[in-house]
Design a binder for this molecule. Structure first.
Ligand SMILES: O=C(O)CCC(=O)C(=O)O
Length: 301
């Protein structure tokens, strides 16, 4: 009889994520102009996702599609917790995609230069699929204040009839467990992923999303990779423009579905922004300031 070995992954703090090496790589990416700017980061906070169209060159997209066809690009089959850069070989098409300089810069800006691989999958919507996937968030309720990212990579162009992922911007603050939102069909402000080949969509781990029907004769593929941070997510982007960036309009504009809850959502954004910039007093329009205002001065006789 064989007994299954249960691996308890080492916590990030006990793995060889060397701070000096990570800092050097982060500085290299910043010097090369590859890190995100402050307005992009504010967009990630407000919307819970960012889209980068055609960032992967066509030759690589074709290699990934060939890999899916011949079985060398597959789903991951489990949750690992290993260093990303030792997970996909440098000469593997997927290894090449995530090592593209621009992609390294995006990853480093959000989860650090040496993130931890969590899991990956190849999501398929077969040709002539007449139904939509239910709205869901991945994994379980995950209320940590900072975030993991999921990279959705579309190696071929996705048209509207083809079943591009439907995303609800801003839903990352409405924590649901998996398919708890399945009873909903459509939301004001939902975004269809209609994009050219080689597009990456980077989403917050709690974003609500679902695959769409595919009324074409072509199978739709999307490669998804989840990454955990290995460093504190504080000013990992190029925050040199922090003082001048126009973030008020980004953090203080409601999603179409917010309705009368928009102010509660501004507060959620401010809390995450404080964490990201490392300033626990930052505020916008006094949304948190008036709640936190607790004067201690006594003026009694
Ligand atoms: O295939 C898609 O568009 C989305 C599927 C997905 O992300 C999921 O099932 O978690």
């Amino acid at each position: 009889m064989t007994t299954a070995t249960v691996h308890a992954p080492l916590p990030v703090s006990e793995k060889p994520y060397l701070p000096e090496r990570m800092a050097a790589e982060w500085r290299r990416l910043r010097a090369a102009g590859l890190l995100l700017d402050t307005e992009r980061m504010a967009r990630f906070v407000a919307d819970g996702f960012l889209r980068f169209e055609s960032i992967v060159p066509d030759e690589l997209n074709r290699a990934v599609l060939a890999g899916i066809a011949d079985g060398t690009v597959t789903g991951g089959g489990g949750y690992h917790g290993d260093p990303l850069w030792s997970t996909f070989a440098e000469d593997h098409p997927i290894g090449k995609v995530f090592r593209l300089p621009a992609v390294r810069g995006i990853i480093a800006s959000l989860v650090g230069p040496e993130p931890q691989y969590d899991h990956h999958a190849v999501h398929v919507v077969q040709a002539r699929t007449g139904y939509a996937q239910m709205w869901h968030a991945d994994a379980a309720i995950d209320a940590k204040p900072h975030f993991d990212i999921q990279i959705m990579y579309y190696p071929h162009a996705v048209t509207r009839p083809m079943g591009g992922t439907l995303i609800l911007p801003g839903s990352q603050f409405r924590m649901i467990h998996e398919a708890e939102a399945a009873r909903y069909q459509n939301f004001r402000g939902q975004v269809h992923t209609v994009c050219p080949a080689g597009t990456l969509q980077i989403v917050h781990h709690n974003i609500w999303h679902c695959a769409q029907p595919n009324s074409t004769d072509t199978t739709r593929y999307m490669f998804k990779l989840r990454l955990n941070p290995t460093v504190r997510q504080q000013r990992l982007w190029n925050a040199g423009d922090l003082a001048s960036a126009k973030i008020h309009g980004i953090l203080n504009t409601a999603q179409p579905w917010h309705g009368s809850d928009s102010r509660l959502e501004y507060i959620n954004r401010i809390k995450l922004w404080r964490l990201l910039i490392g300033d626990p007093t930052w505020d916008d329009s006094l949304w948190l300031g008036r709640i936190e205002n607790d004067p201690q001065t006594l003026i009694s006789e």
